[in-house]
Design a protein around this ligand. Structure first.
Ligand SMILES: [Zn+2]
Length: 338
């Protein structure tokens, strides 16, 4: 995966003037602050970035009859997704392919001797590094001052017609802002977190290792425990990482719903599929996203479960609706030709 973007970067560099200003410089004074800074102490991260009321939960949308316990058919569930009449290109098996074959699960599984906090931190940084390359393709401005993602084309941070994402304004009210502005803010927000030495300490002397019973007796735990404590990560470290992953997911969802054709035109759809499926496997394996968070991309998750991208036994496979995925494959006329 490390060489994945060498071609992308080359392509990207070829499109830009070396003197083009970056988006950060052009939006240095945004009226909308990052969510956590302005948010009162909260016990759940979901409060910080609430979805719009127009985004019903999956349980609500599938209309499950709680009293009778009737399980909806695959057709009924697919209908409940309210997909547009012409399905997105990425739900066609032939466009849901990857640049590599193999089991991504091995990339998400924590090595035995790595401490969990270190592993989560590594995943956050690595997935952000991959995603930011795609963001720049649609967000950075060309020489003529235009960008692929702009307020005219993407007046809000949406993922199809059924989902849009808000940002908190200075009065802590969720407001819709153009996707371009949202992408500016989310880059600043996540980079700010990753670069904060109090959240992601980078002193190598603080690194700890997971206890391996084959080599040592695990040390007794003392006091309050949390993931990453032994490596110096703060008590709210996992909560912060979950917020970062939820923001990254929203960006992927916008890229798929609004810019998949742009990435396809650049011959990068397989690269994004590879990064996003790896991201979903990691997020579900490490409990960084909840099933409800995945709703805007549930159809693709179902499809990838049916195509074997998410192997049986993985948490990504568990959150998928296999019958819906198989129905999508059937509607596309069978699995893709390799
Ligand atoms: Zn956009």
């Amino acid at each position: 995966m490390s060489n994945l973007f060498s071609g992308i970067n080359a392509r990207f560099r070829g499109q830009r003037s070396p003197n083009s200003p970056g988006p950060e410089q052009q939006h240095a004074q945004s009226p909308v602050p990052p969510p956590e800074i302005q948010t009162p102490t909260s016990t759940t991260t979901s409060v910080k970035l609430p979805p719009l009321p127009t985004s019903p939960s999956l349980a609500e949308t599938i209309g499950m009859d709680q009293s009778s316990g009737m399980i909806p058919t695959a057709d009924e569930v697919l209908t409940s997704y309210h997909l547009p009449p012409v399905k997105p290109l990425w739900l066609n098996c032939n466009y849901a392919k990857h640049i590599v074959k193999g089991n991504f699960l091995t990339l998400s599984a924590k090595p035995k001797t790595v401490e969990m906090g270190e592993w989560v931190a590594h995943q956050v940084v690595d997935h952000w590094r991959m995603l930011v390359t795609f963001i720049r393709l649609v967000h950075d401005k060309e020489e003529d001052g235009t960008s692929i993602c702009n307020s005219r084309r993407c007046p809000k941070m949406s993922a199809g017609a059924n989902h849009s994402f808000t940002w908190l304004n200075s009065r802590l009210q969720p407001v819709e802002i153009p996707a371009y502005e949202y992408l500016t803010l989310v880059q600043r927000y996540i980079s700010g977190k990753i670069d904060d030495n109090n959240i992601f300490p980078c002193d190598p002397s603080g690194v700890s290792y997971a206890d391996n019973p084959a080599f040592c007796t695990p040390l007794p735990e003392s006091g309050q425990e949390w993931i990453g404590k032994r490596s110096g990560f703060p008590q709210n470290f996992m909560e912060t990482c979950q917020t970062i992953f939820r923001q990254m997911f929203r960006v992927y969802a916008h890229l798929y719903w609004s810019h998949f054709d742009d990435l396809f035109a650049l011959n990068l759809e397989k690269s994004m599929n590879s990064c996003f499926s790896h991201f979903i496997l990691t997020a579900t394996t490490l409990n960084l996203l909840k099933k409800a968070d995945l709703e805007p991309m549930q159809p693709l998750i179902d499809l990838w479960a049916a195509l074997g991208t998410f192997p049986q036994g993985s948490k990504a496979f568990e959150v998928a609706n296999l019958a819906v995925g198989q129905l999508l494959v059937q509607k596309a006329g069978g699995p893709p030709q390799s």
